[in-house]
Design a protein around this ligand. Structure first.
Ligand code: NAI
Length: 444
C-alpha cells in the first residue's frame, strides 16, 4: 500500500504548504540500490583513540572518502563516533559536542553510527553510566535528524576488537537500514572471517521462509534470492497459487505446509535435504492477528495466534537444532513485533506471542553462543502491507506519523534487516532483537 501523503508532500508546491502549516514532511528514504555508493558523501570518523584510527583505516579499505575532522561547509554522508574507550561520563562531552557541530553538514539520508561498549558488562558505576549515556544520546539524535537521516549504535562486547563492528557498521551506513533508527545492535567477536561478496553475500546458501505467499514474507524471499540464496517458500495450501507465483519469480521452490502441523519441521528438513542437501537459514515469518480486547477474548483467538506465531517456532527450532541438515553455521531469524515490546490495545494474544518470540530468541541465543549458529529477531513497527491496509484510516495515519521518520516502513526494510542477520557480516550478532520501526514512539 502506498503512503499518498508522503508522495504528495514530496512533489513541489504541496511540500511548501505542508511546511507553512507545520505539518509533518516525511522524506523519501535512501534505500539500497545496486551500484549506488554506500553513503551519500564523505565519511567522518570522530574519536581520538587507536580503535578510531583502525576503524578509519578499515573504512578506507572499503574505498570510502574518510575524514578525521569535518571540513567547513563540506557535506557529509555519515558520521561514525568511536566511544568504545569511555570510563567516565565526563568523557562524553568532547566527542558528542564535536558531533553536534558536524550535524548540520549531514547529507539527506545520511547516517550517524556510534560504537560503544555494553553498560551491563562492567561493574564500575561511572563506566556503566558513561556507556549507558550513549543510549540516550543516540535515541535523542534519532529524533532530531530530518531528511531521512538516521542514528544508530553498535555495542561491542567487551574483549571484541573494533574490527568486529565492521559488518554491522556497513549495514547501518547503507540504504539497507533505511527504516532502522534509534536502535542498538550488540556485536561479539565471532572469531571468524566475516568478509563476503557484497553483491551476493548468501551465494550458495539455502534458505526457508515461512508465510512467504505475500507481504513481508514474499519480500524476504525476493531479497534473499537477490543476495544469492536458493529459497524455499512455505505457506498454507490455501495460499498455494500465490506461493507458486513467488517461487517462480525468484527461481525457488514452494512447499505447501501449515507451520503448526506436528510434522512441519520434518517436512521442511526432508524437502531441503532432497533438493539442496542442507539448510543455512530459516526465517520464521508466518504470523497471524486475531485482535480482541482481553475482556472479549475467546480461546480460539488466543490459541490460534499463540500456535502460529510462537509454538510453531519453538517446535521447529528444536528439530532444526538437533538436525545435521541444519548447517554448522546455520542462522535462524524470527519475526517479532513492536507490539511484543510495548503491548497494543486489543492485541494481548498477539503481543504475548511476539514477546514470547523475543524471550525464545534470547534464551536460544545464549545456548548457541560460540557454536557458530545464531538466532536473532527482527521487530517491525508499522509496515505498509495488506495487514496494515485493513486498519481504519485514522488509526493508520497516526501509526504512520508516530515514528521519527514520520512514515511507515516498506516490506523491503524488514527483508533487508533479515538478509543482513543471515549474512556472514552478522556472524557476531546473536540473541539480538533489531527493531525496524523508524524509531516509532510505540515501545520506545
Ligand atoms: P500477512 O498476513 O500479509 O502474511 C502472513 C503470511 O503467513 C500469509 O501468507 C499467511 O498465509 C501465512 N501463514 C499464516 N498462518 C500460517 C501457517 N499456519 N502456516 C504457514 N503459513 C501461514 O502478514 P505480514 O504483514 O506480511 O506479516 C509478516 C510477519 O511480520 C508476521 O509474523 C507479522 O506478525 C509480522 N509483523 C508485521 C507487521 C506489519 O506492520 N505488517 C508489524 C510487525 C510484525
Amino acid at each position: 500500500m502506498t503512503d499518498k501523503y508522503l508522495t504528495l508532500v514530496n512533489s513541489g508546491p504541496a511540500g511548501k504548504v505542508a511546511r507553512k502549516l507545520g505539518l509533518p514532511k516525511p522524506a523519501v528514504l535512501r534505500r539500497y540500490r545496486h551500484g549506488a555508493p554506500l553513503v551519500p558523501g564523505p565519511l567522518l570518523v570522530l574519536g581520538s583513540t587507536a580503535a578510531a584510527d583502525s576503524l578509519a583505516t578499515e573504512l578506507l579499505g572499503w574505498d570510502q572518502d574518510v575524514r578525521r575532522h569535518a571540513r567547513p561547509g563540506e557535506k557529509l554522508g555519515a558520521i561514525v563516533v568511536v566511544l568504545e574507550h569511555l570510563a567516565d561520563p565526563g568523557e562524553l562531552a568532547a566527542p558528542v559536542l564535536e558531533l553536534g557541530q558536524a550535524l548540520r553538514q549531514l547529507e539527506r539520508g545520511g547516517r550517524i553510527v556510534t560504537v560503544s561498549r555494553p553498560a551491563r558488562e562492567t561493574a564500575n558505576p561511572a563506566e556503566a553510566a558513561a556507556r549507558q549515556g550513549v543510549d540516550g544520546i543516540v535515541r535523542s539524535i534519532g529524533r532530531e535528524l530530518r531528511a531521512g537521516a538516521t542514528a544508530n549504535g553498535i555495542v561491542l562486547r567487551d574483549g571484541a576488537p573494533i574490527t568486529a563492528a565492521a559488518g554491522t557498521l556497513r549495514f547501518l551506513l547503507s540504504g539497507k537500514s533505511a527504516f532502522v533508527n534509534g536502535q542498538f545492535i550488540t556485536v561479539g567477536d565471532a572469531g571468524q572471517d566475516a568478509t563476503q561478496d557484497e553483491d551476493r553475500p548468501l551465494q550458495g546458501q539455502t534458505a526457508v521462509v515461512t508465510g512467504a505467499a505475500r507481504g513481508i514474507g514474499a519480500e524476504i524471499a525476493a531479497v534473499l534470492s537477490r543476495d544469492g540464496a536458493s529459497v524455499v517458500v512455505v505457506d498454507v495450501p490455501a495460499a498455494g497459487e500465490q506461493l507458486a507465483a513467488v517461487a517462480n519469480r525468484i527461481g525457488g521452490t514452494a512447499l505447501q505446509l501449515d507451520i503448526t502441523a506436528d510434522d512441519a519441521a520434518a517436512r521442511i528438513l526432508d524437502h531441503v535435504q532432497q533438493r539442496y542437501g542442507s539448510l543455512d537459514l530459516l526465517v520464521h515469518n508466518a504470523g497471524i492477528t486475531r485482535d480482541k480486547l482481553l475482556a472479549n477474548m475467546d480461546s480460539a483467538r488466543w490459541n490460534s495466534v499463540l500456535a502460529v506465531n510462537l509454538a510453531s517456532q519453538l517446535r521447529v527450532n528444536e528439530s532444526l537444532l538437533a538436525s545435521d541438515v541444519f548447517a554448522a553455521s546455520g542462522r535462524i531469524v524470527c519475526l517479532a513485533s513492536t507490539s511484543g515490546i510495548a503491548g497494543n490495545r486489543g492485541q494481548s494474544n498477539y503481543a504475548a506471542s511476539k514477546a514470547g518470540v523475543i524471550g525464545m530468541v534470547r534464551s536460544t541465543g545464549s545456548s548457541l553462543e560460540g557454536t557458530g549458529r545464531t538466532i536473532n529477531a527482527v521487530a517491525p513497527g508499522f509496515i505498509e502491507t495488506e495487514m496494515t491496509a485493513r486498519m481504519p484510516f485514522a488509526t493508520r495515519e497516526v501509526a504512520r506519523r508516530l515514528s521519527s521518520l514520520q512514515q511507515g516502513g516498506q516490506p523491503i526494510d524488514v527483508a533487508e534487516a533479515i538478509a543482513f542477520l543471515a549474512s556472514p557480516a552478522a556472524a557476531g550478532v546473536n540473541g539480538e532483537v533489531v527493531r525496524v520501526c523508524g524509531q516509532s514512539l510505540v515501545g520506545a
